[in-house]
Design a protein around this ligand. Structure first.
Ligand code: NDP
Length: 500
């Protein structure tokens, strides 16, 4: 293990305390096998801690703990207002530890600590406060039925109840680790479910620290369990586990398909938030002072490792050169450096593997006739850095336009009119998000219904709100997280019909 430069004593103590442990049934345990796996700092390529490398028997233990907690009257009979208060307390605990959580996230993932603070941690707190409110607002319907009345002159009374779905298996990725944990654990707690949470192997720290804060907030043991280990072992065991009632997955489309099939094989509930290849469509009447920085941040935010990254830029031909030059100038000026340096605007990618994948895409783009107008190089630094990159002269059918790269790589293509822009935007297997930039309301209103995406932003990009449903169509997934819609993912509807 190497000492870590630039972190506070509090963060260092947390890393030491959590090393080699995971949370099952309220206890901090090693894997039954004693096996561990290393965690690497992407800014230095050095291993700085380790976590349990769990096996199927550890998954069994975690599921048993979650099942017991689901039946435990301390949780099962907790009043909604108390669940709400406990979630609010959890949000307060996150707030009391913002700086530490931001450092942990930056260290694990590589992202700039200022962004981790603002987006990952504060966003998680906002979301918990939002979802806490739903705990006291879960409601069913009274329903009029049309059966002939019973002979005794009585009637029928029918209503629905929304009941917790049960034990939730949450499998999350490394790009927004705390956010993704909170997006799944939050609604599970609000609706009275229990959880087995598996963070990504690259980024276990904030999920484990979140587990500590969940216990501190007073949730009974086993309500949330955090289990670490490889996806192909732990994630696969969770997806097929008969004790898990619902799988909530965020990650790649490829793994999501496997997870979904495995869960559906036993008819478990499944929600999938998967990949994206989001188009950014810019018309010549757009406010370029907003659209140029908007398009740059749409792709380079979080080193391009965002499912909603605006990775395909379609610009009306008359302003194409001017626009791309503007975005390239911003890319060239971005300060690349370690996430823990507050001046950093772009940190390293999460891992060597991820950087290799992204670089292979850039090479493929160049081999298919693309031209670089920004970046393309690995800076001469010890971590997994990559310059923000822009490719032009790529046909719509090329690999870099069609496949998700999940890195700071933008492909820019000109279009002539709105019909062509929509056709290009929809020519993708993905349908997560899109943005349209124009000052003409008619253009915007004509376009938004035609775009195949779960979210369409207008004159902005990458803005997510706790009250706005979020999710994808096509290969981008199934189900909507956030907003009122998320409650449907964590509850079952029970219909009750009484002869009275
Ligand atoms: P992966 O799909 O590889 O991993 C996601 C999670 O699944 C990780 O916890 C991983 O564990 C686990 N996993 C891996 N293999 C299996 C398996 N066979 N069975 C069950 N679980 C498994 O994605 P990445 O972590 O590489 O994340 C990047 C991808 O996720 C991108 O494609 C991106 O678009 C997508 N994504 C989508 C989002 C959305 O909201 N739509 C949000 C964020 C990312 P381990 O880490 O141990 O391998």
């Amino acid at each position: 293990m190497s000492p870590i430069e630039g972190i506070s004593a509090v963060t260092a103590a947390t890393i030491e305390r959590l090393a080699g442990k995971m949370l099952i049934g309220g206890e901090w345990l090693a894997a039954a096998s004693g096996e561990i796996q290393n965690v690497t700092n992407p800014a230095t390529a050095e291993v700085f801690t380790h976590m349990p490398s769990s096996g199927a028997s550890d998954v069994d233990r975690a599921v048993e703990a979650a099942r017991a907690a689901f039946k435990n009257p301390k949780w099962a009979e907790m009043r909604p207002s108390h669940r709400q208060r406990a979630i609010l307390k959890l949000a307060d605990l996150l707030e009391a530890n913002i700086d530490e959580l931001a450092e942990l996230e930056s260290l694990d993932n590589g992202k700039p600590v200022t962004m981790a603070n603002r987006v990952d941690v504060r966003g998680s707190i906002e979301y918990l406060r939002y979802i806490a409110g739903w705990a006291t607002k879960i409601e069913g319907l009274t329903v009029d039925v049309s059966f002939p009345r019973p002979r005794d002159g009585g009637n029928y009374f029918a209503y629905t109840r929304q009941e917790p779905v049960g034990v939730v298996g949450a499998i999350i990725p490394w790009n927004f680790p705390l956010n993704m944990a909170v997006w799944k654990v939050g609604p599970a707690l609000a609706t009275g479910c229990t959880v087995v949470l598996k963070p990504a192997s690259e980024t276990p720290l904030t999920a484990l620290r979140f587990g500590e804060l969940i216990l501190e907030a007073g949730f009974p043991e086993g309500v949330v369990n955090v289990i670490t280990g490889s996806g192909s072992v732990v994630g696969a065991a969770m997806s097929s586990h008969p004790g898990i009632d619902k799988i909530a997955f965020t990650g790649s489309t490829e793994v999501g398909r496997t997870v979904g099939l495995s869960a559906m094989n036993r008819i478990a509930r499944v929600s999938l938030e998967l990949g994206g290849k989001s188009p950014v469509i810019v018309f010549d009447d757009a406010n370029l002072d907003a659209a140029i920085p908007g398009a740059a941040s749409a792709i380079f935010f979080n080193q391009g490792q965002a499912c909603t990254a605006g990775s395909r830029l379609y610009v009306q031909r008359s302003i194409f050169d001017q626009f791309v030059t503007g975005v390239a100038a911003r890319a060239a000026k971005m300060k690349i450096g370690p996430g823990l340096d507050p001046a950093t605007q772009m940190g390293p990618l999460v891992s060597q593997r991820q950087r290799n994948t992204v670089c292979e895409y850039i090479e493929k783009g160049l081999a298919q006739g693309g031209k670089l107008v920004a970046g393309g190089e690995r800076p001469d630094l010890p971590g997994f850095y990559l310059q923000p990159t822009i490719l032009v002269d790529m046909p719509q059918s090329s690999t870099v336009v069609q496949e998700e790269i999940f890195g700071p790589v933008l492909v820019a293509i000109p279009f002539d009119d709105a019909d062509e822009a929509v056709a290009l935007a929809n020519d993708s297997p993905y349908g997560l998000a899109a943005s349209v930039w124009s000052s003409n309301l008619s253009t915007v209103h004509r376009l938004t219904p035609k775009i195949q995406a779960g979210t369409v932003w207008v004159n902005c990009h990458n803005l997510l709100d706790p009250n706005l449903p979020f999710g994808g169509c096509k290969l981008s997934g199934v189900g909507r997280e956030m907003g009122r819609a998320v409650l449907d993912l964590y509850t079952e509807t029970k219909s009750v019909l009484m002869a009275v």
